[in-house]
Write a protein that binds this ligand. Structure first.
Ligand SMILES: [Zn+2]
Length: 353
């Protein structure tokens, strides 16, 4: 495969290669060129393909928080990020999947707005801007969730864009989307029912490519250990039900692991065995970006309050130059991502040639 952003049949080939090769790709949230470049650098270093994703808030941030029309900013920020990524990714020598994260009912219009751009790009170049988009209507009854997913997938299939859906509820909150996580309640709602996955498969499989974010005790963010029990066997049960009902081969579903930050390594490995090809990581890479910058500021406090040292006249331009400390953040993220590529088994597996 040629290095760069992959969509349509190439995207599906990438997913199939991960599943048959027993590895998954990290899906890393980015909010600007610094985090994006860090992901590209990390993937190139690991010789791994990678998934880059934007939340609606991340897309808005890309366009600039000062832009008056937030709804427009969310669309054109994502489009700008997609074009920027497409241009750079080829030069890093790896394959990149471009995706947008959680869109609840309020953000369905955001995804339709992005589909307008995908269709325009497809008409001009034969390829959409994005590989896939997510709709997260898991807070709604399954019928209304799937009805909207079906409408969107019919639209997406025409340009080869894939849809990620969510069934069951991922705990925690991300970008204002998510669900209160109550660790005293019984967490049955955190586990997707295999019957719901089968219903989704029956409804969507003939329309276009889709993937399923199934809940198996996963929670967004990082919580104290022991509060949540990850049960990857839930994924296995969903795969088995769809496989048996339709007489398919093993692991027919393309599954996505949300809330991957802070997860136990053996549970990650089990999830991959049961057909997970994508693991979202945001909280841990945010911290990996912030921590070295915090250390740098602590080590150089005067340079962050004075341009020239008030006592001895030392100029601090080189220390407060944003390139100096933003680079520390990028490097922190690059280092943390090497761990993700290793955990997911994708290091050295790039399909780019
Ligand atoms: Zn998520």
């Amino acid at each position: 495969m040629k290095p760069g952003v992959v969509t349509g049949a190439q995207y599906r080939e990438l997913v199939a290669a991960a599943k048959s090769g027993g590895y998954a790709l990290p899906a890393v949230n980015v909010v600007g060129s610094h985090s994006l470049n860090a992901v590209l650098e990390a993937a190139a270093q690991a010789k791994s393909d990678v998934i880059i994703q934007l939340s609606n808030g991340g897309a808005q941030f890309w366009a600039g928080k000062g832009m008056a029309d937030a709804a427009t900013a969310k669309v054109i920020g994502a489009v700008s990020a997609a074009r920027h990524t497409a241009l750079l990714a080829e030069h890093y020598g790896i394959c990149v999947v471009l995706h947008t994260d959680h869109a609840d009912r309020k953000h369905v219009g955001w995804v339709d707005g992005l589909m307008d751009w995908n269709e325009k790009a497809f008409a001009e170049t034969g390829a959409p801007l994005f590989s896939s988009h997510m709709l997260d209507l898991s807070a709604e009854p399954i019928e209304s969730n799937l009805a909207e997913c079906e409408r969107m997938l019919r639209r997406m299939a025409k340009t080869g864009v894939s849809l990620e859906i969510e069934l069951g509820v991922t705990g925690g909150e991300e970008d204002g989307i998510g669900h209160d996580y109550d660790d005293s309640a019984d967490n049955a709602h955190l586990y997707t029912q295999p019957e719901d996955v089968l219903t989704a498969y029956d409804r969507l499989a003939s329309i276009g490519h889709f993937s399923v974010a199934a809940s198996f005790g996963n929670v967004h963010g990082v919580y104290k250990p022991g509060n949540v029990q990850l049960r990857p066997e839930i994924l296995q049960a969903s795969q088995a039900l769809v496989q048996q009902t339709h007489g398919l081969s093993e692991n027919p579903l393309d599954l996505v692991f949300h809330g991957g930050s802070g997860s136990e390594k053996d549970k990650i490995a089990a999830a991959i065995r049961f057909g997970v090809f994508k693991m979202n990581i945001d909280t841990d890479t945010q911290f990996a970006f912030a921590q070295p910058i915090g250390d740098y500021v602590k080590a150089n406090p005067v340079a962050f309050s004075h341009q020239i040292d008030p006592d001895d006249g030392t100029p601090y331009k080189k220390k407060y130059d944003p390139r100096t400390w933003l680079r520390k953040g990028e490097q922190g993220m690059v280092t943390r991502l090497q761990e993700a590529f290793a955990d997911l088994g994708s290091a050295g597996k790039t399909l780019a040639r």
